[in-house]
Unconditional design. Structure first.
Length: 149
């Protein structure tokens, strides 16, 4: 059994998060992505194995009293080990304790792995944003509603 520690982001994690973002999403724009997470994100959690950062999740509080998962990624060689699930659990817990009504996110319509993860946590597809991504791909909007829970 691997031991995964989920903790708050510290400034020393910057380069690790940058590398994970670069590998997962944007080879050329990772620095801008991380700049956005630090500027607009309300919280970043990282996952550590043997003190090595192997994943992160970023949450942004929105004006409507909701929250949004800005990004979640796990280093390729550590995927499929339950780390994304643990990160998302922590993000959801954080949103609940802050009294958020809903957690929203966007996901590529082709990203079945991430969609499976989100569905497992109770997220439902509530809409589609056409051409959401710079390459023209549509995004599903997914939501986890705490009201009535
Ligand atoms: C999406 C991502 C964060 C998942 O992280 P992970 O650590 O690999 O996920 P976990 O091992 O915790 O798996 C959680 C659930 O996701 C789904 N899942 C994970 N890998 C899967 C695969 N290869 N195929 C289908 N479903 C998969 C399953 O539902 C899984 O639950 P299970 O293990 O009980 O079956 C990871 O794949 C990643 O970094 N992808 C690239 C970045 C990305 O696409 N982020 C999402 C942007 S919206």
């Amino acid at each position: 059994m691997i031991s995964v520690v989920i903790r708050r982001y510290l400034s020393k994690d910057y380069w690790d998060v940058l590398q994970i973002d670069k590998e997962a999403f944007s080879p050329s724009n990772a620095a801008y992505d991380v700049y956005l997470y630090l500027k607009y994100g309300s919280v970043i959690f990282v996952a550590e194995i043997n003190r090595k950062v192997v994943g992160y999740v970023t949450v942004m509080e929105t004006e409507e009293g909701n929250a949004k998962i800005m990004s979640i990624a796990v280093k390729k060689e550590y995927r499929g080990l339950g780390i994304g699930s643990k990160l998302l659990d922590e993000a959801i817990r954080w949103c609940k304790t802050r009294g958020k009504r809903k957690v929203l996110l966007e996901v590529r319509t082709s990203n079945f792995v991430a969609q499976e993860l989100y569905k497992k946590k109770g997220f439902k597809i509530i809409g589609v944003t056409p051409n959401y991504y710079s390459d023209g791909e549509d995004a599903y909007i997914m939501a986890l509603n705490f009201e009535g829970q």
